[in-house]
Ligand binder design. Structure first.
Ligand code: PBG
Length: 323
């Protein structure tokens, strides 16, 4: 053995020493803050299933976005909470939809803040599925067209990045082609490429009232037991024109993030989802752990695994600590 020549503890003896040798850097630049928007005016409604999260109307979300930008966070991710649902999810691409209005308001209030939009139908369809139903099944190709229409409406409103989260085959290609055909050559696509059929979306589905009415999402979201398939999904999305790829959720899938990091050169995002967020909040609430320390440990683990971008409901709290 090399002891005592090698004493690894020498490099851990003081905060300055630990900072000097720290191999992973976490920065406010890495963070994306998700925001929920609904139609109306003057609304800032607490979300029961998610601590410190609110449903905003387009006017109040602009004020929130300004605060987010002030903390140095580079981007927000918008989710719509529509008041009307129908068979095909038509509110998803409505000109006066909550998301479309919110994009315009945010761009006026905080022009430098990047606006990313979630592109999916699940909050907008009566079935609660991420696509349209035909003969009792989610119809892949018909859904892709509606997703492209939705992404285009977001680009029209001023979105910088559209983020399809539906897991249909070929949707990135459909969206890319539609954006090109309509002159939106600068709009980036962040694809939810390796999105798993996870139990950790529980709190979010309460907010968006988007749990499938019947069946589940296993015919389109990935089986958590698979890893190679995630590489195939990511490869496919890059080939179809994705600028950024995502692994979701983050914590049970750190190995997928690490594998993707080794294999692909494009930016990788990881989504620290609602269940991961609330698991920690609930444990802290019960006095079982130190929330700030646990939060930073989680965020470092995602960064260390290889993510460039972390989408997290902790973004504001983390930004304050990282300042
Ligand atoms: C919609 C969508 C979901 C999430 C992001 N986009 C829910 C789902 O697929 O059921 C989950 C976000 C979270 O849990 O924080 N397709």
């Amino acid at each position: 053995m090399n002891f005592p020549n090698i004493r690894l503890r020498r490099l851990r003896n003081s905060d300055s020493m630990r900072r000097l040798v720290r191999a992973t850097a976490l920065s406010v630049d890495d963070l994306v803050y998700p925001l929920f928007v609904k139609n109306g005016k003057g609304i800032k409604e607490p979300i029961a299933s998610m601590a410190d999260c609110f449903g905003f109307s387009p006017d109040t979300v602009a004020a929130e976005a300004t605060e987010v930008a002030g903390l140095g966070i580079p981007a927000v991710l918008l989710f719509g909470l529509p008041d009307k649902k129908d068979e095909i999810g038509s509110q998803a691409w409505a000109e006066d939809g909550a998301v479309q209005q919110a994009i315009r308001e945010i761009k006026k209030a905080a022009p430098e803040l990047l606006v990313i939009t979630d592109v999916c139908l699940c909050a907008y369809t009566e079935s609660g599925h991420c696509g349209v139903i035909k003969d009792g099944k989610v119809d892949n190709d018909a859904t892709c067209e509606l997703l492209a229409r939705t992404a285009l409406s977001h680009a029209h409103a001023g979105a910088d990045i559209v983020a399809p989260s539906d897991m249909m085959d070929g949707r990135v290609g459909y969206i890319r082609q539609t954006l090109e055909d309509n002159g939106f050559t600068e709009t980036a696509i962040m694809a939810y490429s390796a999105k798993y059929a996870s139990a950790f979306y529980g709190p979010f589905r309460d907010v968006a009232d988007c749990a499938p009415v019947c069946g589940d999402r296993k015919s389109y979201q990935m089986d958590p037991a698979n890893s190679n398939q995630a590489m195939a999904e990511i490869e496919q999305d890059i080939a179809e024109g994705a600028d950024i790829v995502m692994v979701k959720p983050a914590l049970c899938f750190l190995d997928i993030i690490a594998r993707a990091r080794e294999r692909f050169d494009c930016p990788i995002a990881a989504y620290n989802v609602s269940g991961e967020y609330m698991m920690l909040n609930a444990a802290a609430e019960a006095g079982l752990l130190d929330k700030e320390a646990a939060m930073m440990e989680v965020l470092y683990s995602i960064k260390r695994a290889g993510a460039d971008i972390i989408i997290t409901y902790f973004a504001k709290e983390a930004a304050r600590l990282l300042k």
